[in-house]
Design a protein around this ligand. Structure first.
Ligand code: SF4
Length: 363
């Protein structure tokens, strides 16, 4: 099977403000003859001030720089339109329509004093996981860094949230797409969101979820600064995993587990193992025992995610509650750290595996 690994990210013009790492913005301003301090003010205004128009920075940035910016040298927002669907459970699904075309989804999930923002990294996905609605549509394109960052900013703004130091916000790349397939873009987003002049998220506040791209996990592990790692397991034998996740044919379970054993972890860090649990497919006692044995090979936390039924995965449903609880207890009895993660936003099709191929028809 062929994955679209090497498909390059198309050159994107224009570059929006949210596409720039801080150092890139500072270098751009300096190349125009303006001091670095202006980049600090502009970067901070975008991320903490939530500005919608450069004219809000009258008197803050020099006239010549403002003239360039308002003339379109660095547009503010790659998002043309946002659709918002609040869920009864308190979460909200967003659809982001980009000026470039295409649209993706994100989900805003408040948990007490902490808010989790689930964002997309690609339009479609090359990985073809059979339980996932996004996988059915295939790969369309990578999102630019700005198209990812803008999802965060729009969700914070629309929810009345504020930006800047002190907010308790998690960003997880668990929406549409395989984040490690778009690794360069995701790392740019990570740098932008954690920058001291930006949202100031900590390195533990950002997580990427991968289907198990071993070569990219190894690359991530070699980075000095990186987001947290979440890996979707979904099955405990190669035969079952290859049926659910075609990536397993390229990197079988043992290759993946060896890679995770070697992944350099920070103090008290654990690798999160997502396990979409599907009735009759991967929910047996033997599955639970094998999963616990995998989880014991490195510091980990297993997230059991009951399958969210949708039309693109016929016959795949969540297990009965009794079976789910038995699976969970088996994990705990075998010494695994585990939680059951009930997806938020089910009633607005915003839960895991339900972020859908909505924009195929828009092209
Ligand atoms: S589960 Fe993730 S990696 Fe798999 S097809 Fe869906 S979006 Fe892609």
């Amino acid at each position: 099977m062929t994955f679209a690994w090497e498909q390059p990210t198309a050159a994107v013009a224009p570059r929006y403000a949210v596409d720039y790492r801080f150092e890139e913005m500072a270098a751009l301003f300096q190349s125009w003859g303006f001091k670095r301090g202006n980049a600090e003010r502009a970067f901070s205004a975008v991320y903490r001030g939530g500005i919608n128009d450069y004219r809000e920075l009258e008197g803050i940035l020099p006239r010549g720089l403002l003239d360039r910016l308002t003339a379109g040298a660095m547009p503010l927002d790659p998002v043309a339109r946002v659709e918002v669907s609040p869920s009864e459970d308190g979460s909200t699904k967003f659809v982001f329509h980009f000026h470039r075309g295409d649209a993706v989804e994100g989900v805003f999930m408040p948990f007490g004093k902490r808010t989790t923002l689930c964002i997309s990294s690609q339009v479609g996905c090359a990985m073809g996981c059979t339980f996932c609605a996004t996988g059915v549509m295939g790969f369309r394109r990578h999102l630019s860094a700005g198209e990812m960052v803008s999802q965060v900013l729009h969700m914070l703004k629309a929810s009345g949230g504020t930006t800047g130091r002190g907010d308790r916000v998690n960003v997880v790349f668990m929406g549409m797409g395989e984040p490690l397939h778009n690794l360069d873009g995701v790392l740019a987003v990570y740098d932008i969101l954690t920058h001291r002049h930006g949202l100031v998220l900590s390195e533990r506040d950002v997580a990427v979820s991968t289907s198990g791209l071993v070569s990219r996990i190894q690359k991530l592990g070699g980075m000095e600064r990186r987001p947290q790692l979440m890996v979707s397991i979904a099955a405990t034998t190669d035969e079952a995993r290859s049926a659910l996740m075609p990536v397993n044919r390229a990197w079988p379970l043992e290759d993946l587990l060896k890679c995770l054993e070697a992944f350099p972890l920070r103090k008290r860090e654990r690798i999160m193992l997502s396990y979409v649990i599907i009735a009759g497919k991967n929910d047996s006692d033997e599955d639970a025992e094998r999963l616990a044995a995998m989880a014991a090979r490195f510091p980990s936390l297993v997230n059991l995610i009951p399958m969210n039924a949708h039309d693109d995965a016929p016959g795949m449903i969540e297990p009965a509650e009794e079976r789910l609880q038995r699976f969970y207890r088996t994990l705990l009895d075998k010494g695994a750290f585990a939680t059951i993660r009930r997806s938020r936003g089910r009633d607005v099709a915003g839960a895991c595996g339900q972020l859908v191929k909505l924009q195929v028809a828009s092209q």
